[in-house]
Design a binder for this molecule. Structure first.
Ligand SMILES: Cc1cc2nc3c(=O)[nH]c(=O)nc-3n(C[C@H](O)[C@H](O)[C@H](O)COP(=O)(O)O)c2cc1C
Length: 178
């Protein structure tokens, strides 16, 4: 069985696309990415290594019905995951956002998920430098770094490939894939 579970939220598909790119690049160690709104906590707990992805919607909100998403998403799934014991799990996160459109809430959802899961016992890896982005405020910044990989589909999609490659390389040791 693949040892890396990739779970994403999405409204318009960008975050799904990135999940698929990552799975392809990782290869056989990665399971087929699954929308978080279709994943049970038990399914998530099957993996010791997790990649969790989310866009930010609303004004700095999790994707989900409150933020106007078409389907349920992280907003509805996160409470159950917060109740779970994630000790022994290694988590790396990525977030999509729009730094020009939402400079005051840039990729906030990444920070919200991180905050909610920070007491779950999991080890977080894959923080990412803020250099190369222009924004005013972001809940995803902790100790001057983003808590995970940040991708901006609207303004910097040309950098996705390079950023994803670099980030996967940076977590490959912790996650144990080549
Ligand atoms: C209604 C709406 C609200 C958004 N709010 C934010 C926001 O607060 N912060 C941010 O960084 N990006 C925001 N974005 C940008 C999305 O995160 C970005 O378009 C992302 O690529 C969407 O991913 P998805 O296709 O997986 O849903 C917003 C986009 C929309 C359409």
């Amino acid at each position: 069985m693949a040892k890396i579970g990739i779970f994403f939220g999405t409204d318009t598909g960008n975050t799904r696309k990135v999940a698929k790119m990552m799975a392809k690049k990782i290869g056989e160690d990665a399971a087929k990415p699954l929308n978080i709104n279709r994943a049970s906590v038990d399914q998530i707990l099957e993996y010791d290594y997790l990649i969790l992805g989310s866009p930010t919607l609303g004004d700095g909100e999790l994707p989900g019905l409150t933020a106007g998403a078409e389907n349920e998403s992280w907003e509805e799934s996160l409470p159950d995951l917060v109740e779970a014991d994630l000790s022994g799990k290694t988590i790396a996160m990525y977030g999509l956002g729009d730094q020009e459109g939402y400079p005051d809430n840039f990729v906030d959802a990444l920070g919200i998920i991180y905050d909610e899961l920070s007491t779950s016992g999991a080890t977080f890896v894959g923080s990412w430098p803020t250099e190369g982005y222009e924004f005013t405020s972001s809940q995803a910044v902790v100790d001057d770094e983003f808590v995970g990989l940040v991708l901006d589909q609207e303004n910097q999609s040309d950098l996705h490939e390079e950023r994803i490659d670099q980030w996967l390389e940076s977590i490959s040791g912790d996650f144990g894939f080549a």
